[in-house]
Design a protein around this ligand. Structure first.
Ligand code: BEZ
Length: 256
């Protein structure tokens, strides 16, 4: 859950209301297919749920994250595992890995070339990078609504901010190939995701993940804008009594 946008993470809220982030990641662990004895890095491990799942296959795992709060929670939850506070754009381990795994993190890393270079450097020759992140047009309806409402309320600078990086298959695999990776699998797929808490699903999602858009607004302005954003999404992001986020995922396997 590494970010370059100074988002302050609330690990308990993340685990309680937004656990779909790592529950969906279980499927990505199957794609990783960890083997006993392998040395694996979980890049952006958050509260450590998937790190622990990978460790249960007898692989040797290290979890790293750029949030002190997330690392503290992961260490408390899984005291037998190794978690380190590190940035995705600046890390170097003394021993390279058989695989680097990353779920729902790299869209926070705007310096993507730096992250890809670090990942490459920290893999053994033949090692694999298995990742999922937000792909092109991920949560586009939510992002468009946030920007429209911010601009309407005079927050034009914030409305122009790009806090996430959501690349297409072509764009991201080209970056990987430019670094020297051989891409063996890439898919961009839709995954509408039901948000917990019917009444304030969109508002809670934005509070958790998009709070930096509202740093310059006071509490009343923020609440007004969040209400307006959620209402504007009622036709497109509310179905069968539930709010959902219009996720689009990018999943890639690349070999060094
Ligand atoms: C995602 O997992 O796609 C995501 C999560 C939070 C903010 C933006 C995207």
């Amino acid at each position: 859950m590494s970010t370059t946008t100074n988002t302050k993470w609330n690990p308990s809220l993340y685990d309680n209301k937004h656990d779909f982030v790592f529950k969906f990641g279980e499927d990505l662990v199957h794609l990783l297919d960890p083997k006993p004895g392998e040395r694996i890095l979980d890049l952006g491990c958050g509260t450590g749920y998937l790190t622990n799942l990978i460790a249960s296959t007898c692989a040797e795992v290290i979890g790293m994250d750029n949030s002190q709060e997330m690392i503290a929670k992961a260490k408390a939850e899984y005291p037998n595992l190794d978690f380190q506070f590190l940035s995705a754009t600046d890390f170097q381990f003394s021993e390279p890995f058989d695989a680097i795994f990353s779920n729902a993190v790299l869209h926070w890393v705007l310096e993507k070339e730096k992250a890809i270079a670090c990942i490459y450097k920290n893999l053994k020759p033949g090692g694999r990078f298995v990742m999922e992140m937000g792909g092109k047009d991920n949560v586009k309806r939510i992002v468009d609504a946030i920007k429209r409402v911010l601009a309407k309320h005079g927050f034009t600078k914030e409305a122009a901010m790009d806090i996430w990086y959501f690349p297409s298959v072509g764009e991201y695999t080209s970056l990987l190939e430019a670094q020297g990776f051989r891409v063996t699998y890439a898919i961009h797929y839709d995954r509408d995701t039901v948000l917990k808490d019917n009444a304030s699903g969109i508002k809670d999602w934005i509070k958790m993940f998009g709070s930096s858009f509202f740093k310059k607004a006071n509490e009343q302005q923020t609440n007004e804008m969040l209400n307006e954003i959620q209402e504007s999404l009622a036709k497109t992001n509310h179905k069968d009594g539930q709010w959902f986020a219009d996720y689009k995922r990018l999943r890639v396997i690349a070999i060094k």
